[in-house]
Design a protein around this ligand. Structure first.
Ligand code: C2E
Ligand code: CA
Ligand code: CA
Length: 709
């Protein structure tokens, strides 16, 4: 260094302290990045804000300690305004880093743009800090060292972003080790940037520090070092406590899943015969069909209906009927292989799914064996009784698509019966009466949409504690001139299959929001819930359409809740997640419908910006009397509350269910016990003069929940 400059030296103690602070700040920052990523959205914002301050202050104080470690043979000090400004810059840069690291995906533009912005911010902080000394004559800069410090700052930022991101997946001790290592690398890089930036500065011999009197150096070193370490420790402590809570939530989710499995085991068996039930059969067909697309195996479905069961039931009584069904179930099972699925799917209807089915001849032989076996007499009250069965067989992929397998086998069974019973028939296309019916229904639906045959009924939701109305769910009805009032389960699947779901759903959106606006003008602010089909979620114009309808009817978005079924939410998870977040930002409420039927991972739900979940009515129906269902409902409520979600129970039909739900802390209830779906016109009367409206509180106000563990 040239003799024209002041000689400088470093205080080793303070340099060491500055490096320690840098490494510690990096360690805490890495922890925070994970918090921002894992926490539910509203908590993530708090972590982001608090985290930026802690991390920024950490980096800044490292820088400042480094400055204080630097000694010149003249008095030094720092301009307080510029010093504060440099702190603000680095807090902002830290916020940027945490926000980028918390993104679900780190793409190249984000990575590079983020690293450049962070590098520039750190340089700005450092050099502004140097200017805060207000040296005259000005500092002489060594261009090479300045460039080196900028390069180090940018590279360190890039490394930091990659580390932030990479560490998210690691767990346990491995994570701790990696995080420690990463913190040393990052801390080293931050310190490296600083000391190379210092090396760039040369102070002319006649230098005077213009800020020399403003702040005392030694007092500063102690205060800043101490405060930074304290702040960082507190933040780390909070982060660790939060991680504990999160992991308990995860544990709860796991036990809930186990309860779910147990419940489905019970729910999927026919209690009388111990055979599989219809649900299992359909599930097996689904899986087998998917497999067979790979392996080329054929599947056969046998639909077995007993001939003459009703007279036995009538003359010998139900108990005798049950015995017969058990015996028959056993006989059918005995004719089958281990790999076949035998199910009871109706009163006296059985089905067999044969995977890896042979040719028609083999299948015919099996059918004959079953007919034979069932025709054997059964002892009932010492009377040998006999009955027979008719069998229909459909084969996939030969002449039945998987989803029509049961219907086709059923149609074939009907022909076997018509042809004299105690026999079997293979399905042929002309037996398919259902298809013609479906096509007719589809044409009627199209015409109905043009003729305005659709209506919305509304079912009230009530606050579990106060009983006050807290909204109404819009439910679609079809007033068909010939068929009468048709319920959605009977036409929505067809609408969905024939591309009518979107126009129909759009009509529902417009009509429900129009009605909400009408009620609002009539002085009844009824929050309205609208069901969305998965197909609607994939419409690019959904958000614009909603916004237009809200504006047209002057309805505030908080008045509208969109109900999305759990399974729809799981489909195409990332896209749905993004869409739901946008809708939520628009102010609309989001509800996860039919919860419990989709077996979704609750950790996924945690990332959803939903406001409430609706427990499926199947669980509510089973709740009183079935401890497993009760445990599930209790678990769902507890978990939902720990995620700040409101819980709505649907299908509440009895006072016993109501009482149980109130005990468990459920927030809202809906069901025939309180009100049936009915036309909009009678709303005022149904709400009743005594009732007040309570719009559900925003999720972050949901402090009245039962305490979470
Ligand atoms: P969901 O969303 O689960 O709607 C609640 C259903 O439960 C309604 O049937 C309602 O009448 C029925 N329900 C209400 N209280 C009780 C009760 O106490 N006990 C029992 N057993 N049932 C109760 P609904 O109106 O037949 O609708 C059936 C399904 O059709 C709805 O199920 C929903 O998934 C769908 N849906 C209805 N309207 C629309 C619509 O506008 N758009 C879309 N995409 N789907 C709709
Ligand atoms: Ca619903
Ligand atoms: Ca539902």
């Amino acid at each position: 260094m040239s003799a024209a400059f002041l000689p400088s030296e470093y205080s080793t103690g303070l340099v060491l302290l500055s490096v320690v602070v840098a490494v510690f700040a990096s360690f805490v920052a890495l922890d925070l990045a994970r918090r921002v990523h894992d926490a539910p959205p509203h908590l993530a914002r708090i972590w982001l804000a608090g985290g930026s301050i802690a991390m920024g202050t950490g980096i800044w104080s490292m820088h400042f300690l480094g400055m204080l470690a630097f000694r010149l043979p003249i008095a030094l000090g720092y301009d307080i305004v510029l010093t504060l400004l440099s702190w603000m810059i680095v807090v902002a840069v830290s916020g940027l880093a945490l926000a980028i690291a918390g993104r679900p995906r780190l793409t190249m533009p984000w990575l590079l743009g983020g690293a450049l912005a962070m590098g520039a911010g750190i340089c700005a902080m450092h050099y502004l800090g140097m200017f805060a000394m207000r040296m005259s004559p000005p500092i002489v800069w060594h261009a090479g060292w300045v460039a080196a410090s900028a390069a180090i700052a940018t590279t360190a930022s890039l490394a930091a972003l990659l580390l932030f991101h990479g560490l998210r997946r690691a767990n346990g001790l491995r994570r701790l080790n990696l995080q420690g290592l990463a913190a040393i690398v990052m801390g080293g890089a931050i310190a490296g940037m600083h000391y190379s930036g210092m090396a760039a500065a040369n102070f002319p011999l006649d230098s005077v520090c213009g800020a020399a009197l403003e702040i005392d150096t030694y007092w500063l070193a102690g205060t800043i070092g101490g405060a930074a370490l304290l702040l960082l420790s507190t933040t780390l402590f909070a982060s660790i406590v939060d991680a504990r809570i999160q992991s308990r939530t995860a544990k709860l989710a796991r036990s809930l899943k186990a309860a779910n499995r147990e419940l489905s085991r019970i729910a999927f068996r026919d209690p009388l015969t111990g055979l599989a039930n219809r649900l299992v059969l359909e599930d097996r067909i689904d899986h087998a069909a998917t497999r067979s697309e790979r392996t080329g195996d054929r599947l056969a479905l046998f639909f077995i209906d007993l001939d003459g069961f009703k007279p036995i039931n009538d003359s010998f009584g139900h108990q005798a009927g049950d015995t017969v069904l058990r015996v028959i179930g056993g006989r059918i099972g005995a004719c089958c292989r281990e790999t076949d699925t035998v199910a009871r799917i109706g009163g006296d209807e059985f089905a067999i799914l044969v995977e890896d089915a042979g040719g028609r001849e083999t299948l015919g032989k099996l059918a004959e064996r079953i007919v034979q076996s069932i025709s054997q007499p059964i002892e009932l009250h010492e009377h040998p009784t006999s009955l027979s069965c008719s069998i229909g067989i459909a084969v996939f992929p030969e002449n039945s698509p998987a989803e029509r397998l049961v219907a086709h086998a059923d149609a074939a069974m009907y022909h076997a019966k018509r042809d004299g019973k105690a026999t079997y028939r293979f399905f042929t296309p002309e037996m398919d009466a259902g298809a013609a019916e479906t096509i007719k229904l589809q044409q009627d639906l199209r015409a109905g949409l043009n003729r305005g045959e659709f209506e919305l009924y509304y079912q009230l939701k009530r606050d579990a504690r106060s009983g006050a109305c807290c909204g109404a769910e819009a439910l679609l009805r079809w007033r068909h001139p010939g068929r009468g009032m048709v319920e959605p389960d009977n036409f929505l699947p067809v609408a969905e299959r024939f591309g009518l779901m979107v126009p129909l759903g759009n009509w529902v959106l417009d009509e429900a929001i129009r009605q909400a606006g009408q009620w609002l003008r009539d002085g009844m602010p009824v929050p309205v819930a609208i069901n969305l089909s998965p197909l609607q979620l994939r419409q690019p114009d959904l958000q614009a359409r909603l916004a237009a309808a809200l504006a047209r009817n002057k309805v505030p978005p908080e008045m509208i809740t969109l109900e999305i079924t759990e399974s729809a939410a799981m489909e195409d998870a990332d896209a749905t997640l993004a869409l739901v977040e946008r809708l939520n930002q628009q102010g609309l409420r989001i509800s996860i419908d039919d919860f419990g039927t989709g077996y979704s991972s609750l950790s996924y739900l945690r990332r959803f910006t939903a406001d409430q979940i609706k427990i499926d009515r199947a669980f509510i129906a089973d709740m009183v009397g079935n401890p497993d269902a009760l445990a599930l409902v209790a678990g769902v409520i507890q978990l939902a509350h720990s995620l700040d979600l409101r819980v709505v129970a649907e299908g509440v039909e009895t006072e016993a269910q109501q009482a149980r739900l109130i005990e468990l802390g459920c927030d809202e209830m809906q069901g025939f016990l309180f009100s049936c779906p009915a036309p909009a016109a009678g709303m005022a009367a149904r709400i009743g003069a005594a009732d007040t409206f309570t719009a559900p509180p925003l999720p972050w106000h949901a402090s009245n929940h039962t305490a979470t563990p």
